[in-house]
Write a protein that binds this ligand. Structure first.
Ligand SMILES: [Zn+2]
Length: 280
């Protein structure tokens, strides 16, 4: 009896220690919108692929094994899924996950666009997909920082109903802040696309390398240009409510191997609040 209690206490302690230590590294979550973190054999050379996309490979330290990171799309069906590690197939067991629902009221054109608007949306989606599918070399992974401090107004993955009609799930997370608040790059990278989009409004796409892309949107102003090289923390623009937005906020999408995943899995800290806000 006492031994069992001791074992439970020890396991809890070990788990907590592990969580603290692991916070700077990507966290595995085998659900749609989650992330697989796969240890590679010591002699691994070559490419890892999932859903026909090359995967990011990181090397946490000289004594530690290299890791392949596979973003799992929100549309991935629960059950077995195969990742290719060189010529070795590896099976992921994707668990089901019930994301909460969110109901929003927005302008009619943003729920049922007319044919001209639909053509614009399709053209914009192609340009965005091209960015999401790109794969450029990058230095090793650095945990991301929050691009904005404020209240998290919509979590990642929500099943969304606009004016009562179900649309795509929420493929990023929202942070509310007053119009004009500066937004920073969540990690180093290159600005690969900026434009004003139908749904997303003024948007900035940053390529962090190895298939990791950030999209920051609904901006009031864009303060970078395509081709700008950024460090984590560099200002890229300000908070606004452009595109399909019910109020000023930042929508931040993180895409890895063309899968939109929960940005929290790649963040170094859990809270979008600045210490100044969090302190009483
Ligand atoms: Zn959003």
């Amino acid at each position: 009896m006492t031994l069992t209690i001791l074992r439970i206490a020890l396991t809890t302690l070990l788990c907590q220690t592990f969580l603290v230590q692991a916070s700077a590294l990507p966290q595995q979550q085998l659900i749609p919108g989650g992330l697989a973190v796969l240890e590679l054999p010591a002699n691994f050379s070559g490419e890892a692929r999932f859903n026909n996309q090359p995967l990011m490979i990181i090397r946490p330290g000289p004594q530690q094994p290299a890791l392949a990171l596979a973003g799992i799309p929100l549309s991935q069906k629960p059950g077995p899924a195969t990742v290719q590690l060189g010529d070795q197939p590896h099976t992921l067991n994707i668990q089901p996950h019930a994301y909460p629902e969110q109901r929003l009221t927005v302008q009619k054109k943003h729920v049922n666009p007319d044919p001209q608007q639909l053509a614009r949306i399709r053209e914009e989606m192609q340009r965005m997909l091209q960015v999401y599918k790109s794969f450029s070399p990058a230095p090793d992974f650095q945990a991301m920082i929050w691009p904005l401090h404020g209240r998290e107004s919509s979590a990642f993955g929500l099943r969304r109903f606009f004016n009562g009609e179900e649309r795509n799930p929420h493929s990023g997370l929202d942070i509310a802040a007053p119009t004009g608040t500066p937004i920073v790059a969540p990690a180093a990278g290159t600005v690969v696309l900026t434009d004003e989009f139908f749904f997303n409004g003024n948007s900035v796409f940053i390529d962090h390398g190895q298939g990791l892309i950030s999209m920051l949107c609904h901006l009031h102003s864009i303060d970078v240009k395509e081709g700008s090289e950024l460090q984590a923390g560099d200002v890229i623009g300000t908070v606004g409510a452009t595109g399909r937005a019910t109020g000023p906020h930042l929508h931040w999408t993180v895409s890895l191997n063309n899968a939109r995943i929960d940005p929290r899995l790649l963040l170094a800290t859990d809270q979008p609040h600045s210490p100044a806000v969090a302190q009483p």
